[in-house]
Design a protein around this ligand. Structure first.
Ligand SMILES: C[S@@+](CC[C@H](N)C(=O)[O-])C[C@H]1O[C@@H](n2cnc3c(N)ncnc32)[C@H](O)[C@@H]1O
Length: 210
């Protein structure tokens, strides 16, 4: 995990990395719920992916999606070195159509989703679209984690203060709208119960209850 963090530290987009304590929490959570079959949207160099693969049993699988394989390949040597590459099924491309295909399979066979856990850490403007798919792909009692739900604290700031911020304020202000919408929507969703944590940039855990 440290080697992967160090390798990512040389990358221009290193700020995208999940924090070490959050990765540790994800690993613990997976073990606590006995997860075997998981899904990840937004891999980057594979830090949360490695935490996941390490926590899964030897015959567990994480289906990992990202639009850029080249990011994943930065962390792949460390994933191999950790001896867990056989648990990773990496697929390159936009996650939404891939989730739709998985859902189609679930519908065709009239079965419940079989994923124990899903972690979403990608394009914030699609989180609600992901949620509509994941809440059916994850089994009842399973958990979905959404990252960045505090969005650098801007979800609690007033709109003018966010717009007046320094560099990056425009990006923060743009995605803040989607994160606020997601947070309100998850809090009101009767299909899940939530736990909104102030770890990393905010992590919302949703346990599917129906
Ligand atoms: C914040 S990073 C993920 C960080 C990673 N979870 C970690 O532990 O370091 C977000 C990733 O989402 C990917 N991404 C953005 N839009 C996407 C999409 N539509 N489908 C799949 N992946 C996407 C980006 O390429 C990027 O690698």
């Amino acid at each position: 995990m440290k080697e992967l963090r160090d390798a990512t530290d040389k990358q221009p987009l290193r700020c995208m990395l999940t924090s070490p304590d959050e990765a540790q929490l994800l690993g613990m959570l997976l073990k606590l719920i006995g997860a075997k079959n998981t899904l990840e949207v937004g891999v980057y160099t594979g830090y949360s992916l490695l935490a996941t693969a390490l926590a899964l049993p030897d015959d567990g699988k994480v289906l990992a999606m990202d639009i850029k394989r080249e990011y994943y390949e930065i962390g792949l040597p460390m994933i191999k070195k950790a001896g867990v590459a056989h648990k990773v099924d990496f697929r390159e491309g936009p996650a939404l159509p891939m989730l739709d295909r998985l859902l189609e399979d679930v519908r065709r066979h009239a079965k419940h989703g079989s994923f124990d856990f899903a972690f979403v850490d990608a394009d914030k403007d699609n989180y609600l679209n992901y949620h509509e798919r994941l809440v059916r792909l994850v089994r009842p009692g399973g958990v979905i984690g959404y990252d960045n739900t505090l969005w650098c604290g801007t979800v609690a700031a007033d709109t003018d203060a966010v717009a007046a911020g320094g560099a990056g304020a425009r990006v923060l202000a743009y995605y803040r709208h989607f994160v606020l919408e997601l947070n309100a929507s998850l809090a009101a969703d009767p299909r899940v119960e939530i736990c909104h944590l102030t770890i990393g940039d905010g992590l919302t855990l949703c346990r599917r209850i129906k």
